[in-house]
Design a protein around this ligand. Sequence first.
Ligand code: C2E
Ligand code: CA
Ligand code: CA
Ligand code: CA
Length: 275
Amino acid sequence: AKGQRGESCCCYEEGMDAAARRRRLLAGDLRQAIARGELHLLYQPQRSLRSGKLSGYEALLRWQHPRLGFIPPDEFIPIAEESGSIFAIGEWVLEEACREAQRWPGGEKVAVNLSAVQFSKPDLVATIHGILAETGLSPRRLELEITETAIIEDKLRALHCLRQMKAMGIGVAIDDFGTGYSSLDTLHSFPFDKIKIDKSFLLLSDTSAQARAIIRAVLALGKSLAIPVLAEGVETEAQLRILENEGCDEAQGYYFGRPGGPPSHPHSDLTQKTA
Ligand code: C2E
Ligand code: CA
Ligand code: CA
Ligand code: CA
């Protein structure tokens, strides 16, 4: 407790130190992670529920630390954002994903996550333009996934960015929808091509009528704004049935496939379990 001196206070501070030390270490090691070949992407399928066809893959970043092993992106992405490595890493991800998607015979879309911090850099759109030119990927096959945090800080600039991306033919999806900020206002003011319902609602949908009501509401919202909705985190057939009954457009989750090796790789199933 505050103001108390004693053992619990000491342990607490030591605990903080260990966490801070780990963050500092990871921040330093992240700077070399690209050059040392420690980063790779996995791809998770996205399925159209109308046609039953594969519509795309989301690229998900993985970091294999030489000593500490696998570090989850939920841990290292915030560190990369804080330390500035996210710019180099974000560019690497974009280039790698576009290059990989170029090899897919089915011509599916590739969805790439953009950090809110990447949005703060004035040359983001030019960088993406350059990567598309270099890899030769059609902009129509690239979809950028952004969260509301990315647009909340400087709305005018974010709107300008999104418009430029759309003018190039790139799709923009709003990620983790339903969590965080004033979602309704954002949807109304920004030209999104897709809404991704946050996986937390799907995971709760088996037991919570409230979660199911929220899913229904988001689907109705998408319909009235003519924006397709993708549900992420679909793990069971029961969850899929809810989505089909409610007219959801697309779905993604362990039920359809875990993040796995590049789809162009002949032995990609071998890595399906490494998510
Ligand atoms: P996200 O963008 O919301 O990605 C979806 C996360 O849900 C992924 O976790 C994915 O593996 C997981 N997932 C997919 N299907 C299911 C399911 O059926 N059940 C459950 N429980 N989980 C499922 P992952 O790969 O650990 O990534 C976590 C987060 O890290 C991502 O959340 C995203 O915010 C961030 N991230 C990952 N790759 C990148 C990247 O290249 N750039 C940036 N900026 N962020 C990334
Ligand atoms: Ca995402
Ligand atoms: Ca998400
Ligand atoms: Ca997320």
